[in-house]
Design a protein around this ligand. Sequence first.
Ligand SMILES: [Mn+2]
Length: 630
Amino acid sequence: MILSSFRWRVAPATAVDAACRALAAERGISARLLGLLAARGVSTADELARFLAPAEEGLHDPRLLPDAEAALRRVAEARARDERVLVYGDFDADGLTGLSILTLALRSLGMDVEPYVPERLSDGHGLSLRAIDHADATGRTLILTADCGTSSAAEIDLARSRGIDVLVTDHHHAATWPAGAVAVVNPARDDSRYPERALTGAGVAWKVAHLLVGELDAVAGSAAPESGAAAELLRLPDSVRELADLALIGTVADVAPIVGENRSIALLGLEQLRAGARPGLAALLERAGVARDRLDLDDIGYAIAPRLNAAGRVGEAGRAARLLLASDPAEAVELASEIEAANLERREITKRALAEAVHALGLAPAPGGTATRAATETAVAPDGTAPAADLPAAGLPAALLVRGEWPVGIIGLIAGRLAEDYGRPAVVATALDAEGGALRASCRSGGAVNLAEALIACDDLLIRHGGHRNAAGFDIDPDRWPEFAARFLEIAAAEARPPGPAELTVDLVLPADSVDYALIREVGLLAPTGQGNPAPIVAVTGLTVTRVRSANGGHTQLVLRRSRDVLDAVAFRRPDLAAMLHEGDRIDVVARPGSRWFGGIESIQLEVIDVSAEGAQAAVSAQPVDGGRA
Ligand SMILES: [Mn+2]
């Protein structure tokens, strides 16, 4: 009996205008690729031209950023007066890369810069008093922030009263911002007219580096045209292009959508990372066992970002910053092994804390935790959201809420694992200090419950809260916890997904014989894929199983026959398929088409997400041949 894990759904075709169609024909874009592009919002000639243009053409003029002029003026002044500058970043991967970008950019302008990395426990989030004291004590009269500062009005006023100016660069959404700052360069300000809203802290820092170096570096800026310069995009200096690897890491770490300007950052950043020019990142990749030449965004998301974040979680953020800033390869290798040790320690602590949380909740360990997780990891809809995992055993509450004594730095990780393993929102709280003060909590959701809205509905019980749909956090008085838990459960129960298999949206339906190298190349044109721009998912119909084999790591390898030859396929973390499928079964599959290289030869490989008995998925069998798309 062949049972599908998902109910398949074919993405509705998006209308493409005639000019776009004409340009596609001119550039040799097939109807099926145009259909895939349209599903990603590329449906006019203008958008298609921009998609196909070199990465640099997707960048916006940094002079359009809010307060760009004030920021430029203040930094120019600091440089002219030989002022000493402090750069302050948040301690997560986005903040650390943003801090490194600003530090390196100001140094390239010949300025005296000290990077200051806060400690999660002693400094906390936002611009800290300790940092201001430090700037004061060391004669630094200008502080630049990265990835924070928009909500630090009081600290900024205090700095000002002590003769220290603060220039904020940040990306956190804000209806108000500190009036005492010399500039608040934040495209998420309510009054921002900057064309891109989805930059991360590192992305904004990189744009500010472009602004400062492009305008102030005599050598880099000398090529600027004398007349009508304002209408031209500020030229991208090579020294700023070389910082795109750091901007990309922050962008992936903060799960920003890889579309628009972030896509340009991704393309430019991958070029730098693959070249391996930054010793710290080259050493980190080597340690993580990632081959640089085929590096993609998944490698950054799984190998680099967690290692940088781990450092921040176990009080080693300063070391991570030194790694990113290192210019000596030997020092970089040394720092990378220390970061690796911190990563292992963080994993160990998290594993123990997760077991404690599961026990405290009275849950059975997640049924084959990996299998449940596989469903959420592999099943990604075209809009970048993962459908909720199949719900495990009935009788679980609509949300999992747990209090314990864990390091603040890992509660988000525990909440994320609980939400994934048990397919429902999770809230994990821990004491901020030993004296029975406030609790700090982290929330994660698979998408069925909007956490930001749920917390707004509990606003009266919370000291402060913030976050997004799928990830949020808050502080609460311990006395208020029971009332909060009850109300949150009620909200989660009301919004929970109806029972039944989750939907899996496929981009395209193709008969097996249409899967060819041209398709693989077309899919490659959509790279780099990641958040907001997922790898295309295709339903391939009319296959016969000729070989099934379970492989190490819980994977299933398949050989599938079509009319004249066979296709190789692999299903990662799906050990169940090896037992369910038999030689001779007629099946349809949903897969990501790709290829692998072996002994210098490329061969097509389908990365299977789900299978069904041939014709059993109504949405797919109803499709005309070749999808009839575009
Ligand atoms: Mn950030």
